[in-house]
Each structure stands twice: as C-alpha cells, then as structure tokens.
Design a protein around this ligand. Structure first.
Ligand SMILES: O=C(O)CC[C@@H](O)C(=O)O
Length: 347
C-alpha cells in the first residue's frame, strides 16, 4: 500500500509515477504516493481529501470549509505564483504550510509584460487591423502622434521578481523607471536602475504603469477610480498579475473617458470574460487570455516544481517556497535550508 495519499482535483494535469510524474529530484528519494483524483465540487473534494497527506490545489478553490475538514494534511501545494485559490489564513490557523512556485515562470511573464507594453505603445493590434482591412495608408498617421519610447517613464506597482525581470528588459530601451513597493528594499530597486517612489508618484509620473501586485485579499481592488484619475492622460496600463487587484469598472471608465490612453491586459476580474464585458469591444485595449506564464516548458516545469515541494514536506523537510512560513516553526519538519521568515508578499 502506498505510504502517502495526495489528492488533486480531477483534470489537474498530473501523470502518475512510472511515467513523468515527478515526485523525485536529486537528493530526494522518490516518494511512494497514491494520487487520488477528487471531484472538483466542494463536498466531493472534502470526502476524498479529509484523510489525505497532501493536496495539489488546482482548478478548485481550497476554502476554509475544505481546510477545516482536513485531518491529516501536511501541505497544500499550488502550481502558480498566485495564492488566491487557497484560503491561506485558514491554512495558517490549522498549521498547514501552503507552497507556491514564485520562481518558475518569471522570465515568461516578464517577456509577456514587455510585449504588452510595446504592443500597446506602438498600437500593434490597431496597425495589424489597418493592414488587413486595406487601410495601409492610415498606419503611419496613427503612429505620428506617438512619442519616442526612449526617455519615457515606466512605473511598477509592486516590485517582486517579475517586475524586476521586466526592469532588466526595459532598461536597454532607455526607459526611466520607478517603483512602489513597501515590502521591497530600496537598494534592490536601485540595483535595477529603478527609483523608489510612492504610489501617487508612480501613477502620476509614469507613461506606463505595470501592475504586479500579488493575488492576495489585502490588495483586492488596490487600484480604484481615484488611482486611474491620478494617471497621465496618455499613459498605458499593463497588468500581468491578477485582474482582482484592479477595480475593472473604474479601469473601463478611465479608458472610455480618456483619463488614460490604453490598457494592455493579460488578466481580468472574471476569466474568461463575459461576452458583454466592455473591454472586449474597446479599440484602446490589448488583451491576452491569462497566458503570460505559458511556454513550451510550462507543464513540465510546473509538475517538477510542485512535486519537489510535496516530496520535501512528505519526507519531513521544510518546503522551498512557503507562503505562510510562520507555520513551519511549529511543525516537526526539518529545516534544511535558510528560509526567510519575514518575506513580504512580493518576494
Ligand atoms: O495556472 C496558470 O495557468 C497561470 C498561473 C499564474 O497566473 C500564476 O499565478 O502563476
């Protein structure tokens, strides 16, 4: 009989040991685990998960009700940076570590953010439509109104790993950069050629505002009407983080009434959006389908990383990336590496 039971909602893309189910990595023994695919409804999930040793949380919100029903769970793992699908507070109250994968798709998301910045700025979608619809001659006049990119200001709201990778890409374009992030040391900003600033300074001085606030309840609707009103008239808003960090109604109003020039968004408040979401019909909006992290290495890299975190905890060790590290102190898990206990939500 397998030693551990790992529960994952039906349809989560996991393949089981013997093929490419990656519960092993150098220095770790392969773990003897049974993978149980649970129904994705709350009651069905609880029935399967209550005596599980670990949960891979994908495709189902891991609510307080689910967490409170868990009797033997040692870890809840996530295959994303965002932890919005798990009630972390409830897990912390139960002493269950929650892990995420903040370092696996940084480069992909930063590429995507830079692409959205450039596409919005040089009106890529509009230009493409003009050429395809026989309006070749309209292309040049449209861009004659657009300033030169060099010397424009890029402002980051939150300066975590992805924002820092965007800063590395933006520097050679000659962008001036500033960032608001109360959890990140100013020296780290200076290291990236970025000036520390208040939120008001970032919003009111930037030609591009790149949103990177993490998916956490504390930053729900962090940007509201008041904030979009502070932004420059010609500015471009880019979001590759989470739609819920922005009050979308206010963003729509800002775009309709010309407080800002353009929004380039990979994430929306409701995904997929309903067909009557006004953003879908707006010319000054560039959209992608929450795909910033996707690349040919995505599935494999995610599986390996999730498996690694699960293996560590099930074999009695601290996980690498714990979003509620305070619980580790009270577990019997063995500390084997330096883990910062005071990291901010964007680290
Ligand atoms: O799971 C995905 O497909 C994307 C996850 C991404 O938004 C993240 O938070 O890492």
């Amino acid at each position: 009989m397998p030693k551990y039971r790992v529960v994952t909602p039906k349809g989560a893309s996991f393949t089981v040991a013997g093929s490419d189910y990656s519960f092993e990595r150098e220095a770790l023994d392969p773990i003897d685990a049974e993978i149980i695919e649970a129904p994705a409804d709350e009651a069905g999930f609880i029935a399967a998960a209550k005596t599980a040793d670990a949960i891979y949380a994908k495709g189902i919100p891991i609510t307080k009700t689910i967490i409170d029903s868990l009797q033997t769970c040692k870890v809840i793992t996530l295959g994303s940076v965002g932890v919005d699908s798990v009630d972390v507070k409830a897990a912390t109250a139960r002493g269950i570590p929650v892990t995420n994968i903040p370092d696996t798709f940084i480069e992909e998301v930063a590429d995507h953010a830079m692409m959205l910045l450039l596409a919005g700025f040089r009106r890529l979608v509009e230009q493409d439509r003009m050429v395809r619809s026989g309006r070749w001659a309209e292309g040049r006049p449209a861009l004659l109104k657009v300033p030169r990119l060099m010397g424009q200001t890029l402002g980051f709201v939150s300066f975590g790993r992805v924002a820092r990778a965007v800063a590395k890409r933006a520097a050679p374009f000659g962008l001036r950069m500033m960032a608001y992030d109360p959890f990140i040391q100013e020296t780290l900003m200076y290291d990236h050629g970025v000036i520390p600033a208040t939120l008001n300074e970032v919003l009111s001085q930037s030609d591009f505002v790149s949103m990177h606030a993490p998916a956490r309840p504390e930053v729900h609707h962090m940007l509201t009407e008041k904030h979009f009103r502070q932004m420059k008239k010609g500015s471009i808003f880019i979001n590759t983080g989470r739609g819920a960090t922005v009050d979308e109604e206010s963003l729509i109003k800002a775009l309709q009434e010309g407080w800002i020039a353009h929004a380039a968004l990979d994430v929306l408040e409701k995904e997929p959006p309903s067909h009557n979401n006004p953003l879908l019909g707006m010319e000054n909006v560039t959209l992608t389908a929450h795909v910033a992290s996707a690349s040919a290495r995505f599935d494999e890299a995610r599986k390996r990383r999730v498996g690694y975190e699960l293996s560590l905890v099930l074999q009695g060790m601290w996980p690498v990336s714990c979003v509620n590290p305070s619980v580790l102190q009270d577990t019997t898990l063995r500390r084997w590496q330096p883990v910062s206990m005071d990291r901010g939500p964007n680290s």
